[in-house]
Design a protein around this ligand. Structure first.
Ligand code: 5AD
Ligand code: SF4
Length: 438
């Protein structure tokens, strides 16, 4: 989501004369977009700000030019004024729900830099209604935020505090943005939301639509070929969405559905509001409708009070699901969340061992999922050039990176769909040969 926000910030500033520069050394404006989901986010932000201070000082000494520094994102939201106190060279602090105000915050800075601008409000008018609709450059694949915030309040998570309450973007605004993305050459859209499958809005028929209906509507856009969405919550996995995985050929066979732990005791302490069995039943249902679907998830090891038995339940759940891919993290204490004041915090060494065990299991499952695709033919969207000569990298329907070679000076394949015969499979990628004529 931060990636999407950064793109929108770039879009937003373009009409004000800014353009994206890879090099900070001569930048008039540096926006540091921050994430607060796990620990060290705050320390990372401050050490990055130290590096930025050196850059802007050097620029000032060499050229006399002053750079504006803005801190955006969830660390900005959580730290607010504290950022300016600790890093007085920062001019603007702006939260994830108020970055649409950046042009105004920049304009309001006085030239002597006497005033700082902080905007960490949760505005009453949603930011999407205030963002400009300037979209100029995207690759073949783009993100589109359709839902933000969270009302679930898992006891380990800062999102409800930094991103605010659950909000679904209205249908029209989503369709407009999707069409703009298509106009700039996008072929694949990933719909984003902290609880993306909680999205709901009034539909074209004035009925309440959920995510499955939205995806079916988006699929009517001819030039849009691949649709994905992330991240989902088990409680919001409705039948309409599950059916789309069977009936909608543009919806990719991939579901990221975090459970966090396989132990019911821990799930309860985490305030996940569902059991391991309920989660497994959802997975079973999804597979009934689409047997080939790749399942992904998130896991937290070492949540306060997690026993060896709880950990074993997580390993056992992972074995039952057999993931195509998954993310796993050591529990990290987030200030202000209920979990941070729970007793029986798990020691660091135990967390490390448990994380290793979870990751080893997930790694082996990922490798065998990838290996099963050898000798199959997959339609791949070509995203970029690889590091090697004549090499391209694409993404498979199952969200795998696929490398292949093509030697032509006249033809650039980026943005094309190519049928590849998969010849080799590794932990994090596949290799294939072109079979399609194009
Ligand atoms: N500690 C560790 N991992 C966390 N996540 C969220 N909060 C924490 C935390 N306090 C993980 C969850 C979530 C993913 C985005 O980040 O697994 O699904
Ligand atoms: Fe955080 Fe996701 Fe739980 Fe919401 S549902 S509190 S975003 S982990």
């Amino acid at each position: 989501m931060n990636f999407y926000d950064s793109e929108r910030i770039t879009d937003l500033l373009k009409p004000h004369g800014y353009k994206l520069d890879d090099n900070e050394d001569d930048a008039d404006l540096i926006v540091l977009n921050t994430c607060h989901i796990r620990e060290k986010a705050v320390e990372k932000t401050y050490s990055e700000l130290g590096r930025i201070r050196d850059k802007i000082n050097t620029r000032k000494e060499k050229t006399g030019k002053i750079s504006i520094v803005a801190v955006a994102g969830c660390v900005a939201q959580a730290q607010g004024q504290e950022i300016i106190k600790r890093s007085p060279w920062v001019d603007i602090v702006v939260g994830p729900q108020s970055y649409q105000n950046l042009p105004e915050l920049i304009a309001k800075l006085d030239t002597n830099n006497k005033y700082k601008n902080i905007d960490i409000d949760f505005p009453t008018i949603p930011k999407f209604d205030q963002l400009n609709d300037n979209i100029e450059e995207r690759g073949p694949s783009a993100f589109l935020t359709i839902q933000e915030g969270c009302d679930k309040f898992c006891s380990f998570c800062v999102v409800p505090y930094t991103r605010g309450a659950e909000y679904s973007r209205p249908l029209k605004s989503i369709l407009d943005e999707a069409n703009k993305l298509i106009d700039v050459g996008v072929k694949e859209i990933t719909l984003l939301g902290q609880n993306v499958n909680a999205w709901n809005s009034k539909g074209l028929d004035n009925q309440n639509w959920s995510l499955g209906r939205l995806i079916d509507e988006l699929a009517k856009i001819n030039e849009l070929k691949f649709i994905r969405y992330t991240t989902s919550h088990p409680l919001d996995m409705d039948i309409e969405l599950i059916k789309s995985h069977r009936d909608n050929k543009k919806l990719m066979p991939y579901l990221h559905l975090p459970i966090q732990s396989g132990s019911d005791n821990i799930l309860k302490m985490m305030n996940r509001k569902h059991t391991a069995k309920e989660y497994l039943e959802i997975i079973e249902k999804v597979r009934d409708y689409n047997p080939k679907i790749a399942i992904s998830g998130d896991f937290i090891v070492g949540f306060p009070g997690e026993t060896e038995k709880d950990h074993m339940s997580t390993l056992s759940l992972i074995k039952q699901v057999n993931y195509a891919q998954a993310y796993s993290f050591k529990y990290s204490k987030r200030p202000g969340t209920p979990g941070s004041v729970f007793l029986n915090h798990v020691n660091e060494d135990t967390k490390k061992t448990r994380l290793y065990e979870v990751q080893e299991l997930l790694r082996s499952q990922q490798l065998s999922f990838n290996k099963k695709t050898i000798n199959s033919i997959m339609k791949v969207l070509v995203l970029k050039k690889g590091k090697k000569k004549n090499q391209y990298i694409g993404r498979s329907p199952f969200n795998q990176s696929v490398y292949f070679s093509y030697n032509s000076k006249n033809k650039n394949l980026i943005g094309s769909f190519i049928d590849l015969n998969i010849t080799e499979a590794f932990q994090n990628s596949l290799k294939g040969n072109i079979v399609s004529n194009f």
